[in-house]
Write a protein that binds this ligand. Sequence first.
Ligand code: EPU
Length: 440
Amino acid sequence: MDKFVIRGGNPLMGVIRVSGAKNSALPCMAAALLTEDEVTLENIPKVRDIETERRLLESMGADVALREGEAQDQTTISCRKLSDPVARYEIVKTMRASSLVLGPLIARMGMARVAMPGGCAIGGRPIDLHIKALEKMGAAIAQEHGYLEARVDAGNGAGRLHGAHLVFDRITVTGTEDLLMAAVLAEGETLMENCAREPEVVDLAALLTAMGAKIAGAGTATMRVEGVTSLHGARYRINPDRIEAGTFLMAGAITGGDLTVANCNPAHLGAAIAKLREAGVQVDVLSEDAVRVRAAGRLVAAGISTEEYPGFPTDMQAQYMALATQAEGVSLVRENIFENRFMHVQELVRMGANIKVEGSMATVRGPARLSAAAVMCSDLRASASLVLAGLVAEGESIIDRVYHMDRGYERFEEKLVGVGAQIQRMGNVFAPREAQAVVG
Ligand code: EPU
């Protein structure tokens, strides 16, 4: 299992580039299931979750081809032959976003068999809202042997979903995406209310529109979809990853560096930029695709409360908490989206942070002197938080289980090394060194 060995203390300086958004790429790849034609996606990040989705699509009979080394890397997906519309547990259990194939499979094939995702480190994460809405569109869904068996019956064959008035009980990102993909091929109009407004939903809607779908209101709470009988192929470029960009902004800020985050979309970073400024960081939006962060004296405490977009993203909460350990005063961090997204706290405390958790609220007292330790990643964003802490801790930290990080960050350590961080990836770290780091 790979680990990172990080020596803290270097301010990050220079330019760091952001990859394509994992959470856009995942639904966009699933959207290829909706057509017999080829869908070509550019700017797909090279991360483990994308690899998992590729395996998932291939296991159903899709052809997925990656062309590298041209002006842009391109992934072309052809779902002409879908021999086996089953999302097997072996794949779904490693990536919950696999449930994104449910809507498109039912829409295209009139049936689907998708393993139920289990629990997850950050919370229960049920998909009841996806199921409820698909049922409202005419799918009969039963659960058996850990699988969802979905069908739309029409007399003697697989039928077509029908449009419906859907009101999500709570805002769900992949739920909105799943139902959007179901609605584009449904008969008649679907009105979707209380939709997620995340840029990733807008990305998916843009791809679907390029494929011939009729969608109004993407990026707002109310979407209206006029179903069409078929969709055609398209080429689409995935937007930059706003969470990776925000993580880099926080890395620049926590190390007291001077870092320009390039190839990002500042318009998607409003909440993070506002909070960094409140915490005393100088943030300059340089252009339509670049933001610069610089230390401007001491960091000061500023609380956050995670919210759906455009609020402060839950996917940046852990990284912000690492930053808050270095800010003077008391920062209150409230997690409103997931019930168990404080797994990084105990690891940060082992590095010397002063954090108390009560329910969904963490109280961070700073600034704390962080000292290197051997710590363990529990999920993707917790991993990023520990790396950020390692960048300012005194001594050599060992971050274990970085496979969590590899699920969603492309070449994370290489990119950071490029702007001055001291990070080494180790396939197998010897015990004596580990012991040394715990003391350091
Ligand atoms: N929820 C339900 N029932 C449902 C669906 C969601 O109760 O049917 C609850 C969830 O348990 C959670 C809340 O609603 O408490 C919001 O969950 P949501 O469905 O929005 O999360 P998601 O779609 O499963 C996506 C991202 C996550 C990100 C969340 C919130 C993808 C592939 N994943 O998950 O990304 O944290 O939205 O913004 O888009 C990550 O990248 O590290 C990550 C976890």
